[in-house]
Write a protein that binds this ligand. Structure first.
Ligand SMILES: CC(=O)N[C@H]1[C@@H](OP(=O)(O)OP(=O)(O)OC[C@H]2O[C@@H](n3ccc(=O)[nH]c3=O)[C@H](O)[C@@H]2O)O[C@H](CO)[C@@H](O)[C@@H]1O
Length: 503
C-alpha cells in the first residue's frame, strides 16, 4: 500500500486531487481502506480514462458518432437458420455439436457482472425466481441444463464429459453468487467445474472529467461493461484454465434469458462446421424499438449496433418484403473459439470501442452530504462483448425461433415486456407444447379434459400448467416415452423423481 503523500501526488498528476478533499474528516480506519483502494489506481490510466470519458460524452450522439449511415444488413446467405434449414442439416450440426461436447471441448461462459438496475432487485439476476411452479431460479435452470447436456452427450458417445461453467461476476455480484451456489450445493454440479472470476470496476466521471465521489472515502465505481470479459479472462488466468481442460469452444451468454440453450449443440455444430471463430445467435426483431442490438455490417465489417446507438428512423426501415431491414436481433448468445479469445486478449483488447452511458450517479456534495441526483450527472464507460466480431476471421450468424430460445428478464412486473411474468409464461408455453407434441392430454384436478390449444395468442397463458425439469428434457427430447397417451393433471410438474415413477 502506498503512503498518503504518494497517493496524493499520483492523484495530483492525474488531475484528480479533489478525491482527497474529505481526508482530514475521515477516521483512521476509513483512511486505511481508502488508501488501500487508491493505491491500486494507475495515475496515467486514470487521467486517460477521465479525459476520454469527458470527451466521449461531449461527442455523444453527435453526427460523427452515429453509425446509421454506414450500416448495411447482413446478407441473408450469411445467416444460418433453424427456420430455413432442412431437418437433415440441422441434425448434422447437432451431431457435430454433441461430438464436441462429448469430448469436453465445449464450455459455457456466463456474463453475470451486470447490476440489473431495470429489474430493481438488490441481488444478482441469476438468483431471481420468476414464479415457476418448481420455484427454480435462473441459475438453477441453467445448471440443470448443463447437467442434462453432459448426460445426453455421454449417452450418445459413451463418454464421461464435462462442460465447465465459467461465470464472470463483478464486485456487486461475486460474493452473493458464490454464497448462493454453495447454499444450493452447486445445483448438483461438481464445484471444481464452476469457475467464477471478476471483471474490473472503473470510476464514474462527471461531465467536467472529474472522478465522482460516492462517499467521502469511496469513489463511484461501475463494472466496465460485458466487454470487460476480455481483460478479465487475462487478469484471472481463465484462458489458461480453459487450455488446461482442453476447452476449444465457448458458448457465451447473458444471465437473463430463461430459454437459453446451454452449450446448444446445434449452434456449436453450425459454427464448428462452418469453420467460424466467432458467431452470434439472432432472432427476428419483434418491433423497431425493441431493446435488442442488431447484427449488421458497418463499413463492411460485422458488428452489433446496440439499441441505444441506432436512430429510430434506421430501426424503422423496411425491406421490399415489408420486414424490418435490420431484423437480426442480438440475443447475447455468442460462440467463440478459445484461439480467437486468446488472440483478442493478446492483440485487440486495447482497441475495443468504449461506449458512453450517461447515468444518475449518487455522489457527495462539497459539504460531504450524500445526494441521489434527480437527473443524469455522470458518465459510465462500457465495453460490449460483441465488439470483437470485427476481429474475427470468420463470423457467422445463426437465426433461431424467438418463442423457443429467447425470453429475457429485464424489467420488473408492470412493464409491458421482458418481465418475470413474460419469462415464466414463455417457459410454460414451451413445456406445454412439448407435452402436447409428445402425446400427453391435460385434465383438470377433477379429471375433466382441458381442450388442447396448439396455437396460443402472443400474450396468452397455456390452458394447462406444465413444467418439465431440464434434468428430464433439455429441449423437448425423450418425452414421448413418458407422456404419450397419458392424462396429465394440471398443474403438472415433471421432475426426475416422477419421471421414474411414470415409466
Ligand atoms: C452489450 C450487450 O451485450 N447488449 C445486449 C444485451 O443488452 P442489455 O442492455 O439487455 O444488456 P444487460 O445490461 O442486461 O447485460 C447483458 C449481460 O451482460 C452482463 N454484464 C453487463 C454489464 C457488465 O458490466 N458486466 C456484465 O457481465 C449482464 O449481467 C447480462 O448478463 O442483451 C440484449 C438481449 O437480451 C441484446 O440485444 C443486446 O445487444
Amino acid at each position: 500500500m502506498l503512503s498518503f503523500e504518494e497517493v496524493a501526488s499520483r492523484l495530483e498528476s492525474a488531475g484528480q486531487s479533489h478525491i482527497l478533499q474529505f481526508w482530514s474528516t475521515l477516521s483512521a480506519e476509513e483512511k486505511d481502506t481508502f488508501l488501500a483502494d487508491l493505491s491500486q489506481i494507475d495515475p496515467d490510466d486514470l487521467r486517460e480514462h477521465c479525459r476520454g470519458a469527458a470527451e466521449a460524452a461531449s461527442r455523444h450522439s453527435s453526427p460523427e458518432d452515429l453509425l446509421d449511415e454506414r450500416m448495411q444488413p447482413v446478407p441473408p446467405e450469411f445467416i444460418g437458420s433453424v427456420r430455413t434449414s432442412q431437418p437433415d442439416t440441422l441434425k448434422e450440426w447437432e451431431d457435430e455439436g454433441f461430438l464436441q461436447v462429448s469430448k469436453s471441448r465445449v464450455a459455457v461462459l456466463l456474463l453475470a457482472g451486470g447490476q440489473g438496475t431495470r429489474l430493481g432487485v438488490p441481488y444478482p439476476k441469476g438468483m431471481y425466481n420468476v414464479g415457476l411452479p418448481s420455484g427454480k431460479t435462473l441459475y438453477q435452470i441453467q445448471a440443470e441444463r448443463i447437467r442434462k447436456i453432459q448426460e445426453l452427450a455421454d449417452l450418445r458417445h459413451s463418454s464421461k464429459c464435462t462442460v465447465p461453467w465459467y461465470i464472470m461476476t463483478s464486485e456487486f455480484t461475486l460474493e452473493p453468487t458464490e454464497k448462493f451456489f454453495k447454499e444450493n450445493s452447486h445445483f448438483g454440479l461438481d464445484p471444481a467445474n464452476i469457475v467464477m472470476f471478476e471483471q474490473q470496476m472503473i470510476p464514474a466521471v462527471s461531465f467536467d472529467g472529474k472522478v465522482i465521489l460516492e462517499k467521502k472515502n469511496k469513489i463511484a465505481l461501475a463494472p466496465d461493461g460485458n466487454g470487460g470479459l476480455y481483460r478479465a479472462l487475462v487478469d484471472s488466468e481463465v484462458l489458461e484454465d480453459m487450455e488446461r481442460r482442453g476447452v476449444e469452444y465457448l458458448h457465451v451468454y447473458c444471465v437473463d434469458n430463461i430459454l437459453v440453450k446451454m452449450a446448444d449443440p446445434v449452434f456449436i455444430g453450425f459454427c464448428v462446421t462452418n469453420g467460424a471463430d466467432c458467431g452470434a445467435k439472432v432472432v427476428e426483431k419483434a418491433y423497431p424499438a425493441e431493446p435488442v442490438g442488431v447484427v449488421c455490417q458497418v463499413d463492411g465489417v460485422y458488428q452489433v449496433v446496440e439499441y441505444s446507438e441506432i436512430q429510430a428512423k434506421t430501426a424503422e426501415l423496411r425491406g421490399p418484403d415489408g420486414k424490418l431491414l435490420y431484423s437480426a436481433g442480438n440475443i447475447c448468445n455468442h460462440f467463440f473459439t478459445r484461439d480467437f479469445l486468446q488472440e483478442v486478449a493478446q492483440k485487440f483488447q486495447g482497441q475495443m470501442k468504449q461506449h458512453v452511458a450517461i447515468k444518475k450517479v449518487p455522489f457527495v456534495d462539497h459539504e460531504g452530504n450524500q445526494v441521489k441526483p434527480s437527473k443524469p450527472n455522470g458518465i459510465k464507460m462500457e465495453k460490449f462483448v460483441f465488439d470483437v466480431f470485427q476481429f474475427a476471421r470468420k463470423f457467422v450468424a445463426f437465426e433461431v425461433f424467438r418463442e423457443e430460445e429467447f425470453s429475457p428478464l429485464k424489467n420488473a412486473d408492470g412493464a409491458p415486456v421482458d418481465t418475470p411474468t413474460t419469462a415464466r409464461r414463455a417457459l410454460l408455453r414451451q413445456h406445454y407444447s412439448w407435452a402436447l407434441a409428445s402425446g400427453g392430454h391435460f385434465v383438470t384436478d377433477q379429471g375433466e379434459t382441458i381442450a388442447p390449444k396448439n396455437r396460443l395468442g402472443q400474450d396468452e397463458d397455456p390452458p394447462a400448467v406444465c413444467e418439465i425439469s431440464p434434468l428430464v428434457s433439455y429441449f423437448g427430447e425423450g418425452l414421448e416415452v413418458l407422456l404419450n397417451q397419458k392424462k396429465l393433471r394440471s398443474p403438472f410438474i415433471l421432475d426426475e423423481k416422477n419421471a421414474k415413477n411414470i415409466v
